[in-house]
Design a protein around this ligand. Structure first.
Ligand code: FAD
Length: 378
């Protein structure tokens, strides 16, 4: 006989692991299904670090969700007794009229967030490790920082299990059906019955919700680690996280978490991937050229020769904003996808949103701007 649950969560990655926790904490009998191991490096939630910030240049409507997500990350740290979030502060460097600077200032003004404005010279004097283009403005956000991405997913997994969620790895969902009141989920080895389904399939979302009609572009993103001289760039010395928007591309990086390397990557660009399962994970010269140039130009004392790399996936929606809603046809199915390369910091608040949608059919958190109706003409 098929096993029964209250909710099946399809995909236990960054967002799905948080959904499992919030659903289980609310008393639901939760089954989480993951095609790979729990915490893996084939999707979008790996590679040591993620930026977290509040003065959100992408849109000020994200700020209330960010304030909530901060509370959740701190709660998760307390519950699991570890540091997940290093509040290093974030350097934003860009021209006065760049999307990053204009957008961050708008969010900060509208929501009363702290940003410190510095000239490139003053910023270099304060953080001698960084060189800033002379036509840039620097905004420093003290509340921002770095999340330890794998530890965050593991913490959600551990806490979800502690609250009774049944999380199964190496089990791929092949298809699902809903009649509006119940779902049947078939995997490569089992069939499950549940009242509701949450789809958090990351780069595989289009396959799991083919009928949404929202084109999602999966991009291959390359990140690299560069060696540091001992004692420099360490998170323990107060090195900030950093994000540079330049006319030819947007680059970002982190303080050293391991004391030996720093991770640097390009937010812009990336190659479209037709199948997330077969993405090219090897390193090519074209992957490193632009990164090496950025490192040589802006990070002092770093040999621009990476010693390690990783390939990760962005799943980009048409307007680069998340897609979080109930399925338009099935009120017992919730979907969260299209996180467009900036979703990880929101994982716990998205977990709360998804648990609300499944339990109450709505949420008091302000997610209307992320809904599916924006893609419906008229
Ligand atoms: C290089 C890089 C840098 C980034 N930097 C930042 C940053 O600084 N700050 C930030 O906030 N965000 C950042 N992001 C974005 C953020 O990491 C993602 O938005 C977020 O991790 C997406 O989580 P997800 O749960 O949608 O995807 P995933 O974590 O990939 O989870 C989806 C899961 O579903 C599973 N799955 C899919 N289909 C099936 C199936 N049929 N059966 C079973 N399991 C299935 C997958 O295996 C996977 O584990 C970055 C992303 C990348 C790639």
């Amino acid at each position: 006989m098929a096993e029964t649950f209250d909710v099946v969560v399809l995909g236990v990655g960054g967002i799905g692991s948080a959904a499992c926790l919030h659903l289980a904490r609310g008393g639901a009998r939760v089954l989480g299904l993951e095609q790979f191991s729990l915490v893996h490096d084939r999707g979008s939630s790996h590679g040591e670090s993620r930026i977290i910030r509040q003065a959100y240049f992408e849109h000020p409507d994200y700020v209330p969700l960010l304030l909530r997500t901060y509370d959740h990350w701190r709660d998760l740290e307390r519950a699991t007794n570890q540091t997940l979030f290093h509040q290093t502060g974030l350097i934003l460097s860009g021209r006065d009229d760049s999307e990053t600077i204009v957008g961050a200032r708008l969010s900060a003004t509208l929501h009363g967030l702290t940003l410190e404005s510095l000239s490139p010279e003053a910023a270099h004097a304060r953080w001698p490790a960084f060189r800033f283009p002379l036509d840039h403005t620097v905004e420093f956000e003290p509340a921002a920082g770095t999340l330890r991405v794998e530890a965050c997913v593991q913490a959600h997994v551990d806490e979800a299990r502690r609250h009774g969620a049944d999380l199964r790895d190496h089990e791929t969902v092949r298809d699902w059906n809903s009649n509006g009141n119940a779902v049947v989920v078939r995997t490569d080895s089992n069939e499950y019955h549940a009242k509701s389904l949450v789809i958090t399939a990351g780069a595989w979302a289009s396959r799991c919700v083919a009928d949404l009609g929202v084109p999602l572009n999966v991009l291959r993103k390359f990140v690299a680690w560069f060696p540091i001289r001992s004692g420099e760039y360490r998170v323990s010395q107060g090195t900030p996280t950093y994000f540079f928007e330049q006319p030819h591309g947007t680059f970002y990086g982190f303080p050293s978490l391991d004391g030996q390397t720093i991770k640097v990557a390009e937010h812009s660009g990336g190659q479209v991937v037709s199948d997330p399962a077969t993405v090219d994970r090897t390193r090519h010269d074209s992957d490193t050229e632009r990164l090496n140039e950025f490192v040589a130009a802006h990070l002092t004392g770093i040999e621009p020769v990476p010693v390690r790399h990783s390939v990760c996936l962005y799943t980009v929606s048409p307007d680069q904003h998340f897609v979080v809603d109930l399925h338009p046809r099935w009120p017992n199915v919730a979907v969260a996808c299209g996180f467009s390369g900036h979703g990880f910091k929101f994982a716990p608040v998205m977990g709360e949103v998804l648990a609300d949608l499944i339990k109450h059919g709505r949420t008091s958190l302000p997610i209307r701007f992320l809904g599916l109706s924006r893609f419906t003409p008229g």
